[in-house]
Write a protein that binds this ligand. Structure first.
Ligand SMILES: Cc1ncc(COP(=O)(O)O)c(C=O)c1O
Length: 366
């Protein structure tokens, strides 16, 4: 199988480590090692100080899986499989899909949620938002049939920040359960819900035939740990995924596992700090949009996650504009071409403390 280029990651590789300001990142600022360790309880510190750096248990350290399971209602440590998030996407598609299979995936979306299936020769239909950036479950219902092997959803959604109401989520479950279709629920931004009263349970707690994905990169601001996990009641599926991992990373980084455990056990010290930053940055960006109506067509304030899409009025493709702006001002913007979503949108990331400075640098060259 020849795999297509991952447009978004390719674009990040070009600018992420040389642009002065990142205005489109989906992860929040990374917390320091000191901060993580200063959050640790006595027992966790003992684990850290006595850690040996050999191979680790392939499915993830038991204490880490236990810490993860406490964030769900119905998940036990045995229902958890720890691996890097990109690896999880890849393995899931490789183990569950054959050429010609039908799946439905949200679009725009993180490319690995559909690209591996596409390159394998699967037939994909995309669930797309209306012109207000909202996904309507009635549109999903029209795409799913008895032959659909997999439905891929991502709530909170990257890049739009869309988050379903409870009723909308129930409707998604109803659509999947009609034919007992497997649901892959990418929840990388889980719990980054700006109004906590609107937080939904993980889909793996609500519909048995679900594999949910979450990890340290976004909600916790610990992308450098490269730790994620899938949770599911489907033991057969988890078993197939575990077999495949033996040919990839085999097991996880020992240091990252303990640091992840500390963050999970003290999650408010990470998630709450990120939420505060996102809420403050949303206000700053809203004011910027209102000031520059000549540039912005519309912007829908996201209710969850750390990103949004903003529509612009440009005489040129968003990619050209973004490449010009990064050279002139040092501000990196991700154009919608990276999501195969036309050429008149940018993704905005709200998880960085440099937002004010980034907008000032952009404004100077508008
Ligand atoms: C929706 C979604 N899923 C999965 C990933 C992969 O997460 P990680 O970078 O931790 O591998 C990302 C990263 O941007 C994402 O946005």
């Amino acid at each position: 199988m020849i795999i297509s280029s991952f447009k978004l990651e390719h674009y990040f590789a070009k600018y992420e480590f040389n642009a002065k300001y990142l205005l489109s990142s989906s992860d929040c600022d990374g917390f320091s090692l000191n901060y993580v360790l200063s959050s640790a309880e006595h027992g966790e510190l003992e684990l850290w100080n006595s850690l040996t750096l050999g191979y680790t248990e392939s499915e993830g350290h038991f204490l880490l899986r236990e810490a993860i399971s406490r964030h769900y209602n119905s998940i036990k440590p045995d229902d958890v499989f720890v691996l890097s998030p990109g690896e999880a996407n890849y393995i899931l598609m490789q183990t569950q899909l054959d050429p010609g299979d039908h799946l439905v995936c949200m679009r725009p979306s993180y490319q690995s949620l559909y690209q591996i299936a596409k390159d394998k020769g699967c037939v994909i239909h995309f669930w797309e938002p209306d012109d207000k950036g909202l996904f309507n479950p009635d549109d999903l219902a029209k795409l799913v049939n008895e032959k659909t092997k997999l439905i891929v959803v991502n709530f909170p959604h990257n890049p739009t920040g869309y988050y379903p109401t409870r009723e909308e989520l129930n409707r998604v479950i109803e659509i999947a359960s009609r034919h007992n279709t497997l649901l892959f629920s990418d929840e990388m931004y889980h719990k980054l819900v700006h109004n906590p009263a609107l937080l939904n349970d993980s889909l793996c707690d609500l519909y048995d035939n679900t594999v949910s994905l979450w990890g340290m990169a976004k909600s916790f601001g610990l992308a450098g740990l490269r730790i994620g996990w899938v949770t599911s009641h489907n033991k057969k599926l988890l078993g197939m995924m575990k077999h495949f991992k033996d040919y990839l990373t085999i097991c996880n980084s020992a240091t990252s596992e303990v640091l992840s455990m500390i963050a999970l056990n003290n999650s408010e010290r990470f998630i709450e700090v990120n939420l505060q930053k996102i809420r403050a940055n949303k206000q700053i960006f809203q004011a910027f949009v209102e000031k520059h109506t000549e540039l912005f067509d519309y912007y829908i304030e996201p209710g969850a996650g750390s990103t949004a899409m903003v529509k612009v009025r440009l005489q040129e493709p968003a990619l050209n504009y973004a490449e010009k702006i990064v050279k002139e001002s040092g501000v990196m913007l991700v154009p919608s071409e990276m999501f195969e979503y036309g050429d008149q949108h940018f993704r905005i990331g709200f998880g960085r403390s440099s937002m004010k400075d980034a907008l000032a640098a952009w404004e100077a060259v508008i």
